[in-house]
Design a protein around this ligand. Structure first.
Ligand code: NAD
Length: 254
């Protein structure tokens, strides 16, 4: 039995992964704003502290893995909520659990997105995120758009992951990320229902090379593998699980 902690285990991809890990006999500590072992609003400093303290109290012997899966869609308002939950809460919880991950030589599995490469790495919003300046990132994003808020935060966590791979591996912790394509979850339902982004997303969903959008299990199956002993040499990897969309959009970039 292994011990995993995660955020965002109440619905969608996180709920599916949580169930798969439980079915495999593992212990799963789940933080969410809706339901879970620890109820916390990760958009706030107090919520992040409660989440970290709660997970630490439930895993005193260490963690085999941490999956910061909680996330808001590009249609969430205000846009700074997306920045707070999808970037700053992820980094805060990952850093707050580092010693517990080191104890068991565990791994972190970030949840990126196939939209992450759509925002250039030198974008000023991404740079504010990576500089750890939550106030600047939140202020800037209010004057921009939901796609940049969402995809930019996903690019930023992926760049943070890659930048910290060497240092974290030196203390025994591997960092990896999964990049799902459009997956049928409550998050996607909110985007599909949006007057502005709904039709664009549906059109993108229709263009997926394998001919369908993903179900949560399509993503969780790969995540479970990425957290297992079979993938112990995976380190610093960004794995697209998107039915071929990224290859379709960026065939020559990898
Ligand atoms: P979802 O809405 O089903 O799950 C998100 C979870 O995060 C929910 O349980 C929700 O309660 C929790 N959450 C939201 N705000 C929170 C807060 N402030 N504090 C604590 N918990 C909070 O969506 P999903 O599609 O399963 O998303 C899971 C992850 O996958 C997200 O990080 C999302 O960005 C990512 N992702 C999803 C898709 C997709 O198409 N669905 C594609 C790429 C990446």
């Amino acid at each position: 039995m292994r011990t995993y902690a995660m955020t965002g285990g109440a619905t969608g991809i996180g709920a599916q992964l949580k169930q798969q890990l439980l079915d495999a006999g593992h212990k799963v500590i789940s933080v969410d704003i809706k339901e879970g072992d620890i109820l916390a609003d990760l958009s706030t400093a107090d919520g992040r502290t409660a989440a970290i303290d709660g997970m630490r109290a439930m895993a005193p012997d260490g963690l085999d893995g941490f999956i910061p899966c909680a996330g808001l869609p590009p249609v969430a308002k205000p846009l700074s909520l997306i920045t707070q939950v999808n970037y700053f809460a992820v980094i805060a919880t990952v850093e707050g659990l580092r010693d517990l991950l080191e104890k068991k030589k565990g791994s972190v599995l970030f949840v990126s997105s196939n939209s992450a490469p759509m925002i250039p790495s030198d974008d000023s919003y991404i740079q504010s995120c990576l500089a750890g300046d939550e106030e600047a990132a939140c202020t800037e994003i209010e004057g921009r758009d939901g796609h940049t808020a969402y995809a930019g935060a996903k690019r930023a966590i992926t760049m943070w992951m890659r930048r910290h791979v060497v240092e974290w591996a030196a203390s025994g912790v591997r960092l990896n990320a999964v990049a799902p394509g459009i997956t049928m979850t409550p998050l996607t339902e909110r985007v599909y229902a949006d007057a502005e982004l709904g039709s664009v997303m549906k059109e993108f969903g229709d263009s997926v090379p394998v001919g369908r959008t993903a179900q949560p299990a399509d993503i969780a199956n790969v995540m479970r593998f990425m957290l297992s002993d079979e993938s112990s040499y995976l380190c610093g990897s960004l794995v697209f699980v998107d039915g071929g969309s990224d290859a379709m959009l960026r065939p020559d970039d990898f």
